[in-house]
Design a binder for this molecule. Sequence first.
Ligand SMILES: [Zn+2]
Length: 100
Amino acid sequence: MCVLDPIRKAWGAPIIVNSGYRSEELNKAVGGAKYSYHMLGMAADIRPQNGLVYKLYYLVVHLFHTGQLGLTECYIDRKRGYIHIAYDIEGFNTWPFISN
Ligand SMILES: [Zn+2]
């Protein structure tokens, strides 16, 4: 996913990527949204290896607002400790939000 490269470059430290593509069964099993971008291979859940999830989140939001990154979805999954990002070239840019 090309969206990850600018994030990795800007962060400059290891980022753990979880759940790129998900089949319909797997998406159901993990309680994903019904029309999850994960099933289209357009989403990833990421977290920094050093655990500073909010710091990475604000970096991603900064990259988005300065036009360095296209994003359709971006929120912190606080339960799982990941940042969910998705990019659909034909989709709308939704305002990043934090979910529980
Ligand atoms: Zn996700």
